[in-house]
Design a binder for this molecule. Structure first.
Ligand SMILES: [Fe+2]
Length: 258
C-alpha cells in the first residue's frame, strides 16, 4: 500500500469511528491515564506503520554493523535502538503523514478531552527497540502531555511484556520523588500485544516498561503536546533569552520508550 493511500484509508476509517468507543476511551484515559485505541486505525494502516518501523530498525542496524566492520573492531553487543524524528522522516513516509493527519489529532483530542497539539520541538515521532538484555525501562514522566504508541513487537505476558502506570501523579522535573509516588499510589499493569495502539497521558501518569525476560520490544511512538505544554515552551523560550533553562534529569529517549 502506498503512503498516500494509507493516509486515505486512515481518514476514511477515522470518519466512521463509533462515538461510543471514543467516549469509552475518554473515560478510561481520565480514570487510568492510559487508553487502548486499537479501534482508531484499521489493521492495514497499522501493518504499514509497523512495516516502516521495522525497516527503519533494520537499516539502522545494517548501518551500525557496516560502520563496525569498517572500523575493524569486534561487533558490539546488541543494544537498544532509538531512531529519532529526523531519521524517521528520511526513511518513512506513512509515519510522518499520520502524525500530521488532522482527523487523527481530532480523535485524540476527543479522547483526551482537550486539544492534542503537534509537538513543538523536533522529536515528534520515533521508533525504539529494547532487548531483554538492555537496561530495563525506568519509571518516568514524559516532558510532553501525550504519547500515542503502536506496539510493533512485544514479548508475551509470561515473559514480562507489559507496561505499568501510576495515574494522576505529579511530575517532578528532576525525578527525585519517584519512590514516594510509587509507594503512595496504586500501580496498574497493562498487558500489550503486537498491533496494540494506546494513548497515555504521559506527563501526569508515571510509567515504565516492565523488565522482560526474553525477546524484544519495538514500538512506534508519536509525542503530542497540550496547550499548557505550548504555553510553558513559549515562556521557557522567553526565559532562555535571559539565559535561564529548565533542568531535565533524564535523557530525551525516555519520552518515547513507552
Ligand atoms: Fe514515556
Amino acid at each position: 500500500m502506498q503512503p498516500n493511500s494509507t493516509l486515505d484509508t486512515a481518514r476514511r476509517h477515522l470518519s466512521r469511528i463509533d462515538p461510543a468507543a471514543l467516549t469509552h476511551a475518554r473515560d478510561r484515559l481520565a480514570e487510568s491515564g492510559i487508553a487502548r485505541l486499537g479501534f482508531l486505525l484499521p489493521h492495514r494502516v497499522k501493518r504499514m506503520l509497523a512495516a516502516e518501523a521495522l525497516t527503519l530498525v533494520d537499516h539502522h542496524r545494517q548501518w551500525d554493523e557496516s560502520r563496525e566492520n569498517a572500523e575493524g573492531g569486534e561487533p558490539a553487543a546488541r543494544q537498544r535502538i532509538d531512531i529519532g524524528s529526523q531519521e524517521v522522516r528520511g526513511g518513512a513516509q506513512a509515519i510522518p503523514l499520520l502524525y500530521d493527519c488532522e482527523p487523527l489529532r481530532h480523535m485524540l483530542s476527543v479522547v483526551a478531552d482537550e486539544s492534542v497539539l503537534p509537538h513543538p520541538v523536533a522529536r515528534r515521532y520515533g521508533v525504539s527497540r529494547r532487548h531483554h538484555s538492555d537496561d530495563p525501562g525506568r519509571w518516568h514522566w514524559d516532558d510532553y502531555a501525550f504519547a500515542f504508541i503502536l506496539v510493533v513487537e512485544c514479548p508475551p505476558l509470561q515473559d514480562g511484556g507489559f507496561v505499568q502506570t501510576v495515574a494522576h501523579t505529579r511530575r517532578d522535573w528532576d525525578h527525585s520523588d519517584i519512590y514516594r509516588t510509587l509507594t503512595r499510589n496504586p500501580i496498574r499493569s497493562w498487558e500489550l500485544n503486537p498491533g496494540d495502539l494506546y494513548l497515555i497521558r504521559a506527563d501526569t501518569t508515571l510509567h515504565r516498561v516492565h523488565p522482560f525476560a526474553h525477546g524484544r520490544r519495538t514500538i512506534l511512538s508519536m509525542a503530542f503536546a497540550s496547550r499548557a505544554d505550548i504555553e510553558r515552551e513559549q515562556s521557557s523560550s522567553t526565559r532562555r533569552c535571559g539565559f535561564t533553562q529548565r533542568a531535565s534529569g533524564y535523557d530525551e529517549y525516555d519520552t518515547v520508550i513507552t
